[in-house]
Design a protein around this ligand. Structure first.
Ligand SMILES: [Zn+2]
Length: 386
């Protein structure tokens, strides 16, 4: 753990720790994911709070990248955006409109192209902290707390923290930090969404059904962007055959999560409406060069963490649309100013993006709509039950 943490900050080449001017390519690659994530999670993006100027900036970037990839706009009034109306904690609508970005890759089959497989991630995060803190001190303290939670003694965690912070101090001075960069949450899902759009648009064989790419806003305010879209869909709601949501897919190492590693992937919602969706998800995974091992623990009814109710896939599930939330898991940088792009595992992120792309294509090419064999929630507005 010590060498891992120290080397992440210190020993990486300069190229790996800042954005490059490199053009991105059609293939899903770790390099492209890194290039885009260093833009989206840059301090200049000011934490991407929904209803702030930085949310406008990042959604403009996402729309321009979807356009550049060759998608068609599928938002309101023929454009890329859908304004999401909500009130902040003071009861006011944000002064700057908060917006979903929606693009479509048209399917190749004349009969099936009016059905959609939805891919999503969220573009917002939680903004800027009131008070700056020292980045390395905070990070080391949070990792030490995680060690104690996993059963290390207080003395062992303290010794590790002291030694690690000393090593980091030898590499670099303290750095005051107040920006919630949200590199993993959900910069990781956002750059995966863009990479998948670019890869599919460049491919000569189009899936039969259309793929709808949605970058939701205001997830952090309570799934408000996805709630708004599913309440006011820009295509008929019953044409949405399945939804795959990527949120926090950039971490997942053994240092980050219990049993973490290259094969770690959490799935939530998978078989709650459709047994077939779960079966297809596993079948596609088994054919990947390095298959993931799915962790379904957080999908358990009544699970304390409530993940089923805490990601945008739920907004779809409540309308009876089979959906899955994919994540590489929680970690000590979650909702901290330390969720920065230098701590992302870009190779694993590329494999998740590739897998979700393959799953979306498989669902879009099925000769039938993925079968719904479980009852849906009676009232979509009744509230979520884990
Ligand atoms: Zn979050």
């Amino acid at each position: 753990m010590l060498t891992l943490l120290a080397s992440r900050g210190g020993a990486q080449s300069a190229a790996a720790t800042r954005a490059t001017n490199a053009a991105t390519s059609a293939a899903i690659s770790a390099a492209d994911l890194r290039t885009r994530l260093y833009l989206i999670a840059d301090d200049s993006m000011r934490g991407r709070l929904a209803g702030s100027a930085s949310d406008t900036l990042v959604t403009a970037y996402i729309a321009s990248e979807l356009a550049r990839a060759g998608l068609a706009p599928a938002g309101e009034d023929g454009g890329w955006f859908q304004i999401v109306h909500f009130r902040d904690r003071g009861g006011r609508e944000p002064v700057i409109p908060s917006r979903n970005v929606i693009g479509v890759l048209r399917g190749s089959d004349p009969a099936l192209r009016n059905e959609y497989v939805v891919l999503s991630a969220h573009n917002d995060h939680v903004g800027v902290a009131r008070r700056a803190v020292d980045h390395d001190s905070l990070r080391v303290a949070n990792f030490a707390a995680a060690m104690r939670k996993r059963g290390s003694s207080g003395a062992a965690a303290q010794a590790w923290a002291t030694h690690t912070l000393d090593s980091l101090r030898a590499l670099r001075p303290p750095r005051r930090d107040s920006i919630f960069n949200g590199a993993d949450d959900d910069g990781s899902g956002t750059v995966a969404l863009l990479a998948i759009a670019e890869a599919l648009a460049a491919s000569p064989d189009r899936p039969k059904r259309s793929i709808l790419f949605i970058s939701h806003t205001a997830e952090e305010e309570g799934l408000l962007g996805s709630e708004w879209f599913t309440d006011h869909p820009t295509v008929p709601r019953d044409s949405l055959v399945a939804e795959l949501d990527m949120d926090m897919i950039g971490r997942g190492s053994a240092a980050d999560v219990v049993n973490g590693g290259p094969a770690y992937l959490e799935l939530v919602g998978t078989r709650r409406l459709s047994t077939e969706l779960g079966d297809v998800a596993e079948r596609v995974d088994a054919k990947e060069p390095v298959p993931f091992e799915f962790n379904y623990a957080f999908d358990a009814p009544g699970d304390r963490e409530q993940y089923y109710c805490r990601a945008d896939h739920y907004s779809y599930a409540r309308y009876g649309i089979p959906s899955i939330n994919f994540s590489r898991g929680d970690h000590p940088d979650y909702h901290e100013v330390t969720d920065e792009p230098q701590y992302i595992d870009y190779d694993a992120l590329a494999r998740v993006a590739t897998y979700v792309r393959d799953l979306a294509v498989t669902l879009a090419n099925l000769d039938h709509r993925v079968l719904i064999d479980k009852p849906k929630q009676q009232n979509p507005h009744a509230g979520c039950v884990q």
